[in-house]
Design a protein around this ligand. Structure first.
Ligand code: BGC
Length: 340
């Protein structure tokens, strides 16, 4: 049996190291070299496992069963109304009060030829868990390749029709956790459209809007700070970016979602996924009161999360991608974080 505090590390031959704990499958560090071989830990978090267990449980965690917000925690499926936990004002966020980020996953090392090292994390969520129908069995594979890709594969199956949207909630800072904010990072998002939100609490309106002529335009690389400081109503609502972007050309195949680069360290990463959306969240709720890595306060905009996903509130928006998982069918989601 795996214990909540058990730590696992993936290594390759290029000095890349990814560590995670069993509780929430939380990725606690990703160490990558820059062009000069200088290693930095590029995810926000804590120095010790004890702090990680006591701290922000979304840091680097697997979020589910439905990552992001479901308005009022309600949805209808097969003519039946369901009420989920509400843990974000009147809404349901990241799977509820006791989401997958708080569960201890069973972890086992697996030998897969495409990876330098890989681990399989499994979890069985009972029927009715946080209000969701069906017993859901989830397997998440964390694999590290010799091309410096952290591949996250999500597989799940339910014994009843249900809804699902799993994601990973690591916040990246390519200069190293604790070193400034991500305002200087250049971001490119492969998205001509995004889903606007309607208030501080961040629920989507249902609109699919053009990024053109808004601060959300990252079609070509732009410093994130340019958007953070823009006089844009969508940015003002959440003091940053906390938005779902509609990945161009979605067809269920793995494609580029975003690219992040720090001009100061020269480190870059690309995000690939077979999902239709990516939530970009600039960590606007961090306020410096929490101590993170290297004993430094976790400041506003200290890191950026790139969460590949189905759109927020899809179960209540008929024109959004399908979030229903039929009994016995397989949910599969691939997310690749490639470090360059
Ligand atoms: C959401 C934010 C939320 C955060 C919690 C993000 O995925 O988009 O609105 O505050 O998770 O850690």
């Amino acid at each position: 049996m795996t214990k909540a505090s058990d730590v696992f590390t993936l290594r390759n031959n290029n000095q890349v190291e990814v560590s995670f704990i069993a509780r929430g499958g939380q990725i606690t560090s990703i160490k990558v070299p820059d062009a000069n071989g200088e290693i930095a830990d590029v995810v926000i978090g804590y120095d010790t496992v004890e702090e990680a267990l006591a701290g922000d449980t979304y840091f680097g965690a697997i979020c589910g069963r439905y990552a992001n917000r479901i308005v009022k925690g309600q949805f209808e499926l097969n003519g039946q109304q369901y009420q989920l936990d509400t843990n974000n004002g009147p809404n349901h966020l990241h799977g509820g009060v006791d989401g997958f980020n708080l569960r201890t996953w069973e972890v086992e090392e697996v030998d897969l030829p495409q990876f330098a090292q890989a681990y399989k994390l499994s979890l069985v969520s009972p029927d009715g868990d946080q209000g969701y129908p069906g017993e859901l069995t989830t397997i998440v594979t964390y694999g590290l390749t010799e091309d410096n890709e952290l591949v996250i594969e999500y597989d799940a199956v339910s014994d009843k029709d249900t809804i699902i949207n799993l994601t990973s909630h690591a916040y990246f800072n390519l200069d190293g956790a604790g070193i400034g904010t991500i305002a200087n990072h250049q971001l490119t998002i492969n998205a001509d459209k995004f889903t606007p939100i309607d208030g501080e609490i961040g629920t989507v309106t249902g609109e699919i809007a053009d990024v053109k002529d808004t601060a959300m335009n990252f079609i070509t690389a732009k410093a994130i700070g340019e958007a953070l400081n823009a006089d844009c109503p969508q940015v003002k609502l959440v003091d940053g970016i906390d938005h779902n972007f509609v990945i161009n050309g979605y067809d269920g195949m793995v494609r580029l979602a975003a690219r992040l680069e720090s001009p100061s360290s020269g480190r870059a990463m690309e995000v690939y996924t077979d999902q239709p959306g990516v939530q970009i969240y600039t960590g606007s709720h961090f306020d410096g009161t929490e101590t993170g890595k290297q004993g430094k306060p976790i400041e506003k905009w200290a890191g950026v999360a790139l969460e590949t996903q189905i759109f927020p509130d899809s179960p209540n928006k008929a024109h959004f991608p399908e979030a229903t998982l039929k009994a016995g069918e397989y949910y599969r989601h691939t997310c690749v974080y490639k470090f360059i």
